[in-house]
Ligand binder design. Structure first.
Ligand code: NAD
Length: 496
């Protein structure tokens, strides 16, 4: 069985402890490889490579760094089908969706190609008499990126293009469920001419993560994953004096007002509820139907849901399998619990006939109506193809539901009333808001991030916040004395 290795100094590194975990193809259930799980010593070896490469990379000209970024972008653009195929084989999402994820990641590479402009500082002449002041931003050092299973390429790409462009070196710890995409990306960097040690991959689990969080050589951590781990990562890494952005889980609501275009809303609910089998942190899992539209809206969503084809992501399917058997069983048990608690199962994904291997991790799209806020299917992040309809009477009740939820990643409102939409965007306590847009993922030049338990730390991913995160500011105050300088003066300088 192939063992998927780590990557350091532009070459594979198998590690020293011989521990590994199985990697599966979710559409067949077959184990396709093993992934190396780093020991603490392995993690230190990879971190040391990143630390050793930092001084030279930091001093590499912006012109040269940008050239390498452009080369990486060209290679990625030309070969992204390969990466998409790897994602589908380990995650299960359909190929078109995998390609979409790579393209969204590529947008951040393109944003980072403009790093010369983004790193420009400011300069003030004569801040005091003959004293000039300049602000500059400098890289912070080796940084750790820890990513979840659901976006093996896009989530790491939220961070590393900007980190590298700004002069930092990187250790990427991908999810052990989807380890190959990171290695493919590492090889591409090497082909693009990135010097050894600037981009490294550390495969593994908690042992690898803990070393990244505590090793003094690592100066910053960008984490994306579930809320309990995000909180742990934030608390541990900040206690070790690192800057941290830790993006957590989500429970995203879409509000449909009575005046909305119900066909548009129904299409949007199906796309946002069941795309990537609901394994997206921006998936809509709670539909809040306001007023008397619920019956009509549920009927429209039901029709559309029944037309979806669940199957192998390499075939002509709308939706692939879930990432693992354990996860599929867990999601399925939430449907059981919802039904037992009184929810109406309008479309039941538990009985799906999937076009794929008999041992694949299948669960079809599921629509639950009359869900109430005390049911676990509503309170918990399910991270599967389950859309729950909660019926409320008024806009205020809908808003209260969202604002009292512990998560605050994404939300959307469907309405034709501009005033209502404007009020919603102003009042809702969520980091990313869509108006008639179900998955409002910001483009690379804006920043991605939620509020409340969906993000620990105060800096969102990519955009100018990303540049800020991967650099630190310095202000230089300069006086060049001319021959007429005023001699000794022990007083505090006056601003004159
Ligand atoms: P996860 O929290 O289980 O794993 C994320 C990363 O943390 C992985 O690399 C994993 O190896 C590591 N990890 C897991 N357990 C750990 C532990 N005890 N100690 C240290 N490290 C540990 O998340 P997942 O299941 O891979 O991904 C799904 C979750 O990610 C969902 O909750 C989803 O909402 C969230 N997510 C959030 C965003 C966002 O932008 N907010 C984006 C994508 C995914």
């Amino acid at each position: 069985m192939t063992v998927i290795p780590h990557w350091l100094d532009n070459k594979p590194f198998t590690g020293t402890n011989g521990t590994s975990a199985p990697v599966t193809n979710p559409a067949t259930g077959a184990v396709t490889a093993e992934v190396a799980l780093a020991s603490t010593d392995d993690a230190r070896t990879v971190i040391e490579a990143a630390a050793a490469a930092f001084p030279a990379w930091r001093d590499t000209s912006i012109a040269k760094r940008t050239q390498i970024l452009f080369s990486f972008r060209e290679l990625l653009n030309a070969r992204k089908q390969e990466l998409a195929a790897i994602i589908t084989s380990e995650h299960g999402k359909v190929l078109s969706d995998a390609l979409g994820e790579v393209s969204r990641g590529q947008e951040v590479v393109e944003f980072a190609c403009g790093i010369a402009h983004l790193l420009k500082g400011g300069m003030t002449e004569n801040a005091s008499t003959k004293v000039d002041m300049a602000s500059i931003r400098q890289p912070i050092g080796p940084v750790g990126i820890i990513s979840p299973f659901n976006f093996p390429a896009m989530v790491p790409m939220w961070f590393f293009p900007i980190a590298i462009a700004a002069g930092n070196t990187v250790v990427l710890k991908p999810s052990e469920k989807v380890p190959t995409a990171a290695l493919w990306i590492a090889e591409l960097w090497s082909e693009a001419g990135l010097p050894a040690g600037v981009f490294n991959v550390l495969q593994g689990d908690k042992t690898a993560v803990d070393e990244l969080l505590t090793n003094p050589a690592i100066k910053a951590i960008s984490f994306v994953g579930s809320t309990p781990i995000a909180k742990y990562v934030y608390e541990t890494a900040t206690a070790h004096s690192k800057r941290v952005q830790a993006l957590g889980g989500a429970k995203n609501h879409a509000v449909v007002l009575p005046d909305a275009d119900l066909d548009l809303a129904a299409d949007a609910m199906v796309n946002a509820g069941f795309g990537s089998a609901g394994e997206r942190c921006m998936a809509i899992s709670a539909l809040v139907a306001v007023g008397d539209i619920a019956d009509e809206l549920v009927a429209k969503i039901k029709d559309r849901t029944l037309s979806l084809k669940t199957g192998d992501g390499t075939k002509d399917s709308d939706m692939g399998p879930l990432v693992s058997k354990a996860h599929r069983d867990k999601v399925s048990s939430y449907i059981d619990a919802g039904e037992a608690a009184g929810a109406t199962v309008v479309v039941d994904g538990r009985s799906v006939q999937a076009d794929g291997g008999s041992d694949g991790f299948w669960l079809g799209p599921t629509l639950l109506d009359h869900v109430t806020t005390d049911m676990s299917v509503y309170t918990d992040e399910i991270f599967g193809p389950v859309l729950s309809v909660v019926r409320v009477g008024t806009y205020d009740e809908a808003l209260e539901l969202i604002n009292s939820n512990p998560y605050g990643n994404g939300t959307a409102i469907f309405t034709n009333d501009g005033g209502a939409a404007r009020r919603f965007q102003n009042e809702v306590e969520v980091g990313m808001v869509g108006v008639n847009v179900p998955i409002p993922v910001p483009t690379a030049y804006y920043s991605f991030g939620g509020w409340k338990n969906s993000l620990f730390g105060d800096t969102h991913a990519h955009g100018t916040e990303g540049v800020h995160f991967f650099t630190r500011g310095k202000v230089v105050t300069t006086r060049w004395l001319d021959p007429n300088h005023g001699g000794i003066n022990l007083g505090f300088p006056q601003n004159d």
